[in-house]
Design a protein around this ligand. Structure first.
Ligand SMILES: NC(=O)c1ccc[n+]([C@@H]2O[C@H](COP(=O)([O-])OP(=O)(O)OC[C@H]3O[C@@H](n4cnc5c(N)ncnc54)[C@H](OP(=O)(O)O)[C@@H]3O)[C@@H](O)[C@H]2O)c1
Length: 324
């Protein structure tokens, strides 16, 4: 089976596609014949050695896969050969076969398909955990999503609407904002050419109840200045590269909350509660309240180009590798 290997830390161009032996599943594990693998911003950091977790090269990046179970280990009761599944493998996902724990594997919800399922993992539970568990978003509230055409941003639009909110999408290009408009947002802001604070206040009629911020950099303070009293500012990530410093006088004056969100860290320590997050996502999908976007797809061989596009902000919604 082929795998994309990070043989040394560096840019995507350093990844090497290698032939490797298939791995047998151990107790409680299943083997998945991978049909699609989702890319996340974290993958671009991991291969450069810039993420908080630093695997030692050589390693295979990629955490989100969808495919068909082709072998099961001892004690596996929840899945059987032939099942269509999506799974969080941590690493090893950019490969034709991956071995994962059954506790991190889920049946693919009806109608989702391999590509959208691979794009759903990580982004959707992050957005639901952020908006529901951490942000306590209520129906009727206004949500400002930064980087709204990115992976977690697109999921936040969908989840925000499913929770009954009114969503304002902010992104860097008009093409990205068109893609957001098509997903039913109430308003859009081009934060490269418009004043984010002014426009967010105008569009929300005075201030937004929640901000979902996966970007950081200069956008953070502008978005914080657009928050309404009792608003919640959700700190998701720093894709812009710069970790902003917040002026606490703004937090005082706005009487708002700044709320940290680390879905991965929380999920590792709260597996039952995380199951409940996935169950809720399954329910929202079943009832038709969620519509995960069609991803931008690349053949597996083009993994370097896909990662490069992600790093250069050229991806709309999600990038997904297709196998076979
Ligand atoms: N806290 C958590 O639990 C959690 C979970 C998952 C991900 N995250 C974090 O969330 C962030 C986004 O992840 P993602 O997978 O959604 O990424 P993504 O799909 O690549 O989206 C990132 C977006 O950030 C914007 N951006 C602004 N400056 C950028 C730059 N210099 N380089 C790249 N993108 C830039 C881009 O949108 P525009 O062009 O429109 O600005 C891009 O679409 C990352 O920091 C990731 O680590 C956090």
């Amino acid at each position: 089976m082929r795998a994309a290997v990070c043989v040394e830390f560096g840019p995507p161009e350093k990844l090497v596609i290698e032939e490797r032996d298939r791995l047998p599943p151990g107790p409680g594990q299943i083997s998945v014949s991978v049909r699609a693998a989702g890319l996340n911003f974290v993958d671009s950091l991991l291969i450069q050695g810039l993420y908080q977790i630093k695997p030692t090269p050589p390693f295979v990046p990629g955490s989100d896969v969808a495919g068909i179970v082709d072998a099961v280990g001892e004690g596996v009761t929840d899945f059987a050969i032939g099942d269509e599944v999506m799974a969080m493998s941590g690493l090893n996902g950019f490969a034709e076969q991956v071995v994962v724990s059954q506790s991190r594997t889920y049946p693919i919800p009806r109608g989702l398909g391999f590509a959208r399922a691979a794009g759903f993992l990580q982004s959707y539970p992050t957005a639901l955990f952020a908006l529901d568990n951490r942000g306590r978003m209520q129906a009727g509230e206004t949500l400002l999503v930064l980087a709204a055409a990115g992976g977690v941003g697109s999921a936040a639009i969908d989840i925000g609407r499913a929770l009954g909110g009114s969503v304002i999408a902010a992104a860097s290009t008009d093409a990205k904002l068109e893609a957001c408009r098509a997903r039913g947002v109430a308003g859009v802001i081009n934060y490269e050419s418009e004043d984010l604070k002014v426009r967010a206040k105008e569009l929300s009629g005075g201030g937004v109840d929640l901000v979902f911020d996966p970007v950081g950099g200069d956008y953070t303070e502008q978005a914080l200045r657009a928050i309404a009293p009792n608003g919640r500012f959700l700190v998701i990530g720093f894709a812009a590269g710069e970790i902003p410093r917040l002026r606490l006088n703004l937090v005082l004056l706005k009487q708002c909350q700044v709320v940290g969100v680390d879905w991965g860290g929380w999920a590792a320590k709260n597996q039952d509660a995380n199951r409940a997050v996935f169950d809720k996502l399954g329910g929202l999908l079943e009832s038709g309240k969620l519509d995960p976007p069609q991803p931008q797809t690349y053949p597996f061989e083009n993994v370097r180009e896909a990662l490069r596009d992600l790093m250069e902000r050229k991806v709309v919604h999600k990038a997904v590798l297709l196998f076979g």
